[in-house]
Write a protein that binds this ligand. Structure first.
Ligand code: PAZ
Length: 321
């Protein structure tokens, strides 16, 4: 029997870690329902192409995953992600003619709601003679948000799938990616979610709320297996894959993005810094590092508009290659 080389040994151990992650994860509560909705959505995208090639479908991940510390979860580890990037990008991909699967963290920013205040329910409506009505100052924004959202759903262009924990996120991402495999190059992944790097395996988790009387908390978190490489190799090998790299130290950002690009064989990695992420990002590919800036002369302009324009062009070149 031929001896395994280093890269085969690495792949083998990654496979083991991934298998054990999925085997030990609590099963999705609504797995069959999500699976059916995703399949029906993708079938509809093929029908809408009407025999003229294929439609483009992008899976956008958005918001942060949580790491539960107890099975009957009272406490969890979370991160900063607001979901703004994913929500705004969803609008631009729809505008560019893509079908969008929006895999988002429950409670984070939603597409078409960017111009609404933080607490729209309380700030956009007022009670007049015991009737709830939209405030004059916000009525146009509300009409636009509701209209565009309903339109995207009614026309079957947008499918929204929520997650909370790292277990839900990775199981749903796998399910979506495998369902998108047959779309080949017309599929795209835009992985903007802030995914936990460490987690507490289900089997080593307390069932009940951890008691503070037991003294200082000593917990062993293990590394979340890097699913990007299986996504590229097995789940959807022909898809155009964009991942994100966030750092707080600008000195290491581009190098880390470059490493991720090569290690996971991404088509591009979007590098961003925590404090400037709404102003500028750098799209790192095998041959270029392209800075993309928000148009500062327009108050409402965001960095996602030029970013999606650039990525759609890159996807088109990949499809035509
Ligand atoms: O969700 P948000 O708009 O507040 O922030 C977006 C972001 C910084 C989470 C995203 O651009 C990103 O970099 N995601 C990947 C983070 C990571 O390195 O895991």
């Amino acid at each position: 029997m031929a001896a395994m080389n280093d890269s085969e040994t690495l792949q083998d151990s990654l496979h083991g870690e991934i298998e054990s992650f999925f085997d030990s994860a609590p099963p999705l509560k609504d797995g069959p329902d999500i699976s059916r909705k995703v399949k029906e959505f993708i079938e509809r995208t093929s029908l809408s192409a009407g025999g003229k090639g294929a439609s483009r479908v992008v899976c956008i991940t958005s918001g942060g995953t949580t790491v539960p510390l107890e099975k009957r979860c009272v406490r969890y580890i979370d991160n900063f992600s607001s979901g703004h990037r994913g929500a705004a990008s969803t609008e631009y991909f729809l505008e560019a003619g893509y079908f969008v699967i929006f895999l988002y963290r429950r409670g984070t920013c939603q597409p078409f709601c960017q111009s609404l205040p933080e607490d729209p329910l309380l700030e956009c409506f007022e009670v007049k003679e015991s009737n709830v009505q939209a405030c004059q100052s916000h009525s146009e924004e509300i009409k636009r948000a509701i209209g565009e959202h309903c339109d995207a759903l009614k026309r079957g262009l947008l499918l929204k799938v929520p997650f909370t924990t790292i277990f839900e996120y990775l199981q749903i991402l796998q399910l979506i990616a495998i369902s998108m495999k047959n779309l080949g190059r017309y599929a795209m992944f835009f992985l903007a979610a802030a995914v936990s790097d460490f987690y507490l395996p289900w089997k080593s988790m307390e069932e009940h709320k951890i008691q503070s009387a037991s003294g200082p908390l000593d917990m062993h978190l293990v590394q979340v297996p890097k699913m990007l490489s299986v996504l590229r190799r097995e789940w959807a090998p022909m898809a155009f894959c964009i991942s994100f790299k966030l750092e707080t130290d600008s000195k290491i950002l581009l190098e880390k993005a470059d490493t991720a690009l090569k290690k996971y064989k991404m088509h591009a990695v979007v590098a961003n810094e925590l404090l400037t992420r709404k102003e500028v990002v750098v799209v790192v590919t095998g041959s270029e590092k392209i800075p993309v800036h928000r148009d500062k002369t327009v108050a409402s302009a965001d960095v996602e508009s030029p970013l999606i324009k650039l990525l759609v062009e890159k996807h088109s070149s990949q499809i035509d290659a």
